[in-house]
Design a protein around this ligand. Structure first.
Ligand code: PEP
Ligand code: MN
Length: 338
């Protein structure tokens, strides 16, 4: 349910409505907008006394939200959310590019890649320190040492850092180092991890599960938001289908669907979405064209020697080409890419 306040409602009136809602055993989420404040109401235990709420000073209307997801829905919050990552904005007009290796392998490797991607125009550096691998015998990441390398990259190149928290045990540690905490595809329905992410003050990059419907995806984001964290960025990273010419099938139609039904920014990951280096540039162009708010791409200076995801990692030259393409396409769509 959404309570719409009059455009001239005072802060006191908003507070009073929130207190009443909490008194009914529900949770109130005030959301100030450009013209008026709306108050989202969630909870699964109590009923709202609509007449009582409508009689409170400053209340204009009550809207019953039909979708199962509430806080993430456009019905709750009609404007596009912009997630401000310490000055780098995700969502809105600018198309943001996150780039870096699949895994943090060494300080040299990260610094080499960071130098290339910074020069080409990336603003956020990706790299896994804790890696969720299919096989327990594959490289599992440098763990805390990897986080320290990422912090050094931020310091040296003035890039923001996105890195994955693979479980509830490591998320607090990851939050100490990361600007954006990634929740990976395999964890999209790990509800205790989602709730813990919702209690941190970091932005969260939530990847779509490889067999998740869009309703499940948005409800996973709802778990994070329902704990109070509104800084959620969604990421389409491909789903598993019968097609075997690519590792996954990048579901580009998810992007306009999410943009229509949710206010949250959504980026595209054509690296995991295709698993093939030669498909990353075409699908990046397509992602911008369908309305994505940005990209996450894997870049490696020596992909043949990468400890994970070498076949889908593009080279620094290809990344430069990718950024040139994005800068050419963005203005056609009234976007920027800086
Ligand atoms: C990754 O970003 O390296 C990763 C493991 O992604 P996903 O969770 O989408 O597989
Ligand atoms: Mn990877």
């Amino acid at each position: 349910m959404l309570i719409v306040m009059e455009s001239n409602a005072t802060t006191k009136m908003v507070e009073k409505v929130c207190t009443e809602i909490e008194g009914m055993g529900l949770t109130a989420h005030p959301m100030p907008g450009a013209v008026r404040t709306a108050i989202g109401v969630t909870g699964n235990k109590a009923q709202v006394d609509s007449d009582r709420v409508l009689s409170l000073p400053g209340v204009k209307d009550i809207i019953h939200v039909t979708q199962s997801y509430k806080l993430v829905s456009r019905e709750f919050y009609p404007e596009d959310s912009i997630v401000d990552v310490d000055g780098v904005k995700v969502g809105g007009k600018n198309f943001v590019v996150m780039a870096g290796p699949c895994s943090v392998e060494s300080r040299d490797q990260c610094f080499t890649i960071a130098e290339h991607v910074t020069k080409a125009g990336a603003t956020i550096f990706r790299g896994g320190a804790y890696k969720p691998r299919t096989s327990p015998y594959s490289f599992q990441g440098l763990k805390e040492e990897g986080l320290e390398i990422l912090a050094a990259v931020r310091e040296e190149f003035n890039l923001k850092i996105v890195t994955e928290a693979i479980d509830t045990e490591v998320i607090d540690k990851v939050a100490q180092y990361a600007d954006i905490i990634q929740i990976g595809a395999r964890n999209m329905q790990n509800y205790s991890l989602l709730k813990k992410a919702g209690r941190t003050d970091r932005a969260i990059l939530l990847k779509r599960g490889m067999a998740a419907t869009l309703e499940e995806f948005l409800l996973a984001a709802e778990y994070i938001m329902s704990e109070g964290n509104r800084k959620v960025i969604l990421c389409e990273r491909g789903v598993r289908t019968f097609a075997d010419h690519t590792r996954n099938t990048l579901d580009l139609s998810a992007i306009p669907f999410v943009k229509r039904n949710s206010h949250l920014p959504i980026i595209s990951d054509p690296s995991h979405g295709t698993g093939r280096r030669d498909k990353v540039l075409p699908l990046s162009r397509a992602s911008l064209a369908v309305g994505a708010d940005g990209l996450m791409v894997e870049v490696h200076h020596d992909p043949a020697k990468a400890l994970s995801d070498g076949p889908q990692s593009i080279t620094p030259d290809m990344f430069e080409q990718l950024m040139n393409d994005m800068r050419k396409i963005a203005p056609v769509l009234d976007r920027t890419c800086s």
